[in-house]
Design a protein around this ligand. Structure first.
Ligand code: TXA
Ligand code: MG
Length: 340
């Protein structure tokens, strides 16, 4: 598949126009959002959406997030209820994804919904992403621009590591300011459910629409094969480290990093969770590429964005299980209905 080099172009009028042209012809383009880089395709083009799964080597058709330039555009495709309106008003554009029932007239590819009668919709805040959406004039389906089982890319160079030779173009808009995927909330039923913690803290959502049912409240998964698995680094990842050895790399947090590691990267010396989230994936990736025995991660407070960071770290710490893994931030959707 890697017969050519993927081009990386900085965002400007010309490259945005070229990207929109490629998308309009069913090609895929990687682009920055405020959360992570997305692997985008025209959401109304079945072939383009199918290519997304192919390029990612996704073992299953997990449903994809559909990106829109405005809340009004998104609201035209799904049953946009009062709860959705209130969350959209507060957090869009921004790192929040809403799972809602599709309208009958919805022309978004069914493959985006992977067999469910719901669609995940989001209005990204990144200006270049919104310009691309406006230029294309159609919604863009985009999972994170990594191969299945790998970590989400937060810089154009990460996308190139993942997808070089598999797509024509990466639009480089610098490092992603949030650095962690969007929060996914399922509003398709009466009970609002948190499917994935992410860039918008759960408490801020609950303050507007009341308590969310959490993944851990949904009881045991139906079968081990449905275990929401994870990105796993190639090296073992040890959580809640209070000591570190000279053969380990340290993922530190806060003003008093442990000493003695072979190499240390500090998510946020100031203890700032937003800064830590923005650094998380790039630092895990950098440490994993070192000649070490393991990665030790210092504890991160379980509050605000810290919850999403810890969720990703816990998933990354579960060893890879053959090909059974899915990637970070994918959880629980298979319990919502049949995806086959
Ligand atoms: O921040 C983000 O959300 C990034 C950027 C590119 O927007 N995208 C992203 O996409 O993380 P992806 O495909 O890597 O993760 C999407 C998550 C998955 O857990 C998927 O299962 C869930 O959203 N999802 C998508 N559509 C769904 C649906 N109809 N019902 C339930 N879950 C859905
Ligand atoms: Mg992903």
């Amino acid at each position: 598949m890697e017969a050519f080099e993927t081009r990386i172009l900085p965002v400007n009028d010309e490259s945005l126009a070229e990207a929109a042209g490629l998308l309009a012809h069913g090609e895929l383009v990687a682009f920055a959002t405020e959360t992570v880089y997305g692997l985008g395709g025209d959401a109304t083009n079945d072939t383009a959406v199918a290519r997304i799964f192919e390029v990612k080597d996704r073992p299953t058709f997990n449903p994809l997030i559909c990106h829109f330039p405005s809340g009004a555009a998104a609201a035209g495709k799904v049953h946009f209820d009062e709860r959705a309106r209130s969350l959209a008003a507060a957090f869009w554009p921004g790192p929040l994804t809403l799972v809602l029932s599709r309208l009958h007239a919805c022309r978004v590819s069914l493959l985006c919904s992977a067999g469910l009668d719901t669609l995940a919709v989001r209005v990204p805040a990144q200006e270049s992403a919104r310009r691309l959406l406006t230029l294309l004039g159609r919604p863009i389906a985009a999972p994170s621009a990594n191969r299945s089982g790998n970590i989400s890319p937060t810089a154009a160079a990460h996308v190139a590591e993942e997808l070089n030779g598999r797509i024509g173009l990466i639009l480089d808009d610098g490092p992603c300011p949030v650095g962690l995927e969007s929060t996914v909330v399922d509003l398709s039923g009466e009970t609002a459910r948190l499917l994935r913690p992410g860039g918008v803290p759960t408490d801020a959502i609950e303050a507007l629409i009341g308590p969310l049912e959490k993944p851990e409240e949904r009881g045991p998964l139906l079968s081990p094969g449905q275990l929401a698995s994870h990105y796993a680094p190639h090296h073992p990842l040890r959580l809640d480290a209070s000591t570190v050895s000279g053969e380990e790399a340290l993922l530190a947090f806060g003003g008093e990093p442990l000493t003695g590691a072979k190499m240390t990267l500090n998510l946020s010396p100031a203890g700032d969770l937003v800064e830590a989230a923005a650094n998380l994936y790039a630092f895990l990736r950098a440490l994993d590429s070192m000649d070490i025995e393991a990665i030790a991660a210092m504890p991160v407070p379980e509050q605000g964005l810290g919850r999403a960071i810890n969720d990703r770290l816990r998933r990354a710490a579960v060893p890879r299980q053959g090909d059974a893994h899915t990637e970070t931030g994918e959880m629980d959707t298979r319990r919502l209905g049949s995806l086959s």
